[in-house]
Design a protein around this ligand. Structure first.
Ligand code: UDP
Length: 459
């Protein structure tokens, strides 16, 4: 389909937000749109440096950047501080950027639409001011958005206090069939550092309001996997699970360089044998838990591929980990960042020990891979509930009385998971449903067409 519209795309500045919006950008380029993708300067540099080996593969996507308001050495994993920083400086920079682009472009190539992360709600006011129409993109589960939109009612009903903290412990289900969650597991109360909680809670309340300025809300989910949520919120259009292309050739904005050697290693492993272990881009482990996990993987006697990012620990285990790496050489491989989508699509993969970030969840579902759930923060407890209670394609890894997930527990759960044929069959069923949804005639395919029609409209 040919189209000359110019769309500006704005992710929240984190890995799990940049990736799905880059995937969406590639899909839009295929439909003839011209894309300007706005990262923070900090993330822009990381992406270009991780890409350097591959050269300029961002064809059709103009990668630009603006400041995030933080100093060079500040911690971008501190979500409270990051939010404080970008909400102050980014609106002005985004406005200036759009003005400059529109001044430089001919009439037919001016930016008429913005697709912005719903977590960057401030940007919808900028779009409105600039006469640009906006689409709100919601990267996590639709259920999470439904819970967030319900916050005022939770406060009114005495489930939450004014600060978003639970007043009592109970299981909440918004409607029959919707995923249940404990009041103690709401995402805004699990953001790592409790200091940031009030900032993130306020951001959510502001974003709930700001999203009303968007013409449409799209999300990286599919109708069949969250039907009760979409029944409750028919205005949310699921277009996922997103992926850039079947051959994994398009860059999707990795912050770290992917270690492609693990794909060769996977080729040498028997089908359906490898335990893949990865905890996304934020999770950190302390030394005791890291070593316990390592021992647990060794005890399974299964081949394993484990992602240990350079910032996964405080560094005190580095030497120990090197010794472990040498000892398990015949059994396991450790990499610092994997091409995860290719890994999960590989026939050697048997299961996924995951922190249950929504992207990882969708990627596992799309490939029919059973999960062992090890949530770390934010919405990962909700995603765990989906995996274990609703779709029943995984088990929880629960900590013992010391708060540790022990090596014995890991071995026992991996064995239990790999022996469960019914669970594997359900995972394959969800894989097939996901594929039907994105293929011609499927629900996400049709929703994507609807979305393209909307943003093809002139004002
Ligand atoms: N990812 C990857 N290689 C890795 C680990 C993660 O490519 O070694 C990707 C993964 O495929 C997913 C994203 O990073 O697309 C992580 O997003 P998710 O929502 O799962 O977790 P977050 O990083 O936001 O906690």
């Amino acid at each position: 389909m040919e189209n000359s519209s110019h769309v500006v795309i704005l992710p929240f500045p984190a890995q799990g937000h940049v990736i799905p919006l880059m995937e969406l950008s590639h899909c839009l380029v295929e439909h003839g749109f011209k894309i300007t993708f706005v990262n923070t300067d900090f993330n822009h540099r990381r992406i270009l440096s991780a890409l350097s080996e591959k050269g300029d593969l961002c064809r059709g996507i103009n990668m630009v950047s603006i400041p995030d308001g933080l100093g060079p050495g500040e911690d971008r994993n501190d979500l409270g501080r990051l939010t404080e920083g970008f909400t102050v400086v980014m609106p002005g920079h985004l406005e200036k950027l759009i003005r400059e682009i529109n001044d430089a472009e001919g009439e037919s190539c001016k930016i008429k639409w913005m697709v912005a992360d719903a977590n960057m709600g401030w940007s919808f006011a900028v779009a409105k001011k600039m006469g640009i129409r906006a689409v709100s993109f919601w990267p996590p589960s639709a259920a999470l958005l439904a819970f967030m939109l319900r916050i005022p009612k939770f406060i009114e009903d005495g489930v939450l206090d004014e600060r978003g903290l639970p007043k009592r412990k109970e299981t909440i289900q918004l409607s029959p069939g919707m995923v249940p969650i404990e009041t103690t597991e709401f995402s805004w109360n699990h953001i790592g550092d409790p200091k940031g909680q009030p900032i993130i809670f306020q951001l959510i309340l502001q974003n709930n309001q700001a999203t009303e300025l968007a013409d449409v809300i799209i999300c990286n989910s599919f109708h069949e996997i969250e039907p009760a949520t979409f029944a409750l919120h028919p205005n949310i259009l699921p277009i996922g699970p997103l992926m850039a292309d079947q051959k994994f050739e398009k860059p999707i904005g990795h912050f770290w360089q992917e270690d492609m050697t693990c794909l060769h290693w996977l080729n040498e492993q028997p089908n359906n044998s490898v335990v893949y272990v990865a905890f996304g881009s934020f999770t950190v482990f302390d030394r005791i838990q890291l070593e316990e996990l390592a021992h647990g993987l060794e005890l399974t006697e299964q081949p394993f591929l484990w992602v240990v990012r350079a910032d996964f620990t405080d560094g005190s285990s580095n030497e120990w980990l090197e010794g472990f790496r040498t000892r398990v050489k015949g059994q396991g491989m450790i990499v610092s960042w994997s091409p995860q989508q290719q890994v999960l699509a590989h026939p050697s993969i048997a299961c996924f020990i995951s922190h249950c970030g929504w992207n990882s969840t969708m990627e596992g579902v799309r490939n029919g891979v059973p999960f062992l759930c090890w949530p770390y923060f934010t919405d990962q407890f909700l995603n765990q509930s989906y995996i274990c209670n609703s779709w029943r394609i995984g088990f929880k890894l629960t900590p013992d009385e010391r708060g540790i997930i022990s090596r014995e527990r890991i071995k026992e759960k991996v064995e239990e998971l790999l022996a469960d044929e019914e669970l594997k069959a359900r995972a394959c069923l969800w894989r097939d449903i996901a594929h039907r949804s994105i293929n011609e005639g499927g629900s996400s395919y049709e929703n994507f067409k609807k979305f393209v029609n909307i943003i093809s409209q002139d004002h």
